[in-house]
Write a protein that binds this ligand. Structure first.
Ligand SMILES: [Zn+2]
Length: 242
């Protein structure tokens, strides 16, 4: 894709580069994650204005050459201001960025999921379910979850999650056997997982108890560490009494 690219995107990272320039990681909605050089961005604030901040949503014009990508123009469509004042949101974004930069995806659905989580984080009611949805959905897109049927008999009525030959698979009650290691999840934790994997329409409406996320979080961190050699931060516990 040499030549001019015009695309909507979300800035993930901005770093100083050489004396006058910056390097910007951008998740483009149609072109995936790229790193573009922004000439003069460090030296002159005017060049790109205040537009080069992480998680800004914008329209980007980028020159694609054999040597790499060069940022020509940015027009910001939305600046998310609230996300930067909350330690939990920042941890989530830090983790998500680490994950999508380490495992670059040219997947439009992942882009949309990121945009959605930014919108949700920006609104005042922080709901952890969107973060865990993102992680589970991402792993699904990477092929790290089996279908939500019993691996052995294809039944839709799932009772547990097990590890078989290093792979996570679902299992029904009837196929109970001891060839696989059981993943220790309660019914509500399992049902949250399945809702995310099935893109359950009720997901938006359901108010999940935050308790269910703590065990899921440990399990997801471990699974991501094993597969991508990447360690995500645990979220600071926000509401101790839930
Ligand atoms: Zn079965």
């Amino acid at each position: 894709m040499l030549g001019n690219i015009k695309d909507e995107g979300i800035i993930l990272n901005v770093k100083d580069f050489r004396e006058n320039d910056k390097k910007v990681d951008i998740f483009l909605s149609n072109n995936g994650i790229i790193t573009a050089v922004a000439y003069g961005a460090k030296k002159s604030k005017k060049r790109f204005g205040g537009n080069l901040d992480p998680y800004n949503l914008g329209e980007f014009e980028i020159l694609s050459t054999k040597k790499g990508f060069y940022l020509k123009e940015v027009s910001v469509k939305r600046i998310f201001t609230n996300i930067k004042s909350n330690i939990v949101t920042l941890t989530m974004l830090f983790n998500i960025t680490k994950l999508i930069v380490k495992v670059p995806s040219n997947n439009k659905m992942i882009y949309k999921a990121l945009l959605k989580i930014l919108m949700k984080m920006e609104s005042s009611n922080l709901d952890l379910k969107y973060y865990f949805f993102f992680l589970i959905y991402f792993l699904k897109k990477e092929g790290l979850f089996s279908l939500c049927n019993c691996y052995f008999c294809n039944s839709h009525i799932i009772d547990k999650l097990v590890i078989k030959n290093g792979q996570l698979v679902f299992m029904c009650k009837n196929c109970d056997n001891n060839i696989a290691d059981l993943v220790d999840l309660q019914e509500d934790e399992l049902s949250f997982l399945i809702s995310c994997l099935n893109l359950d329409k009720n997901f938006e409406r359901i108010k999940y108890n935050e308790k269910i996320f703590y065990k899921l979080e440990m399990f997801l961190i471990e699974y991501i560490r094993e597969h991508f050699h990447l360690t995500l931060e645990k979220l600071p516990k926000i509401k101790a009494n839930t």
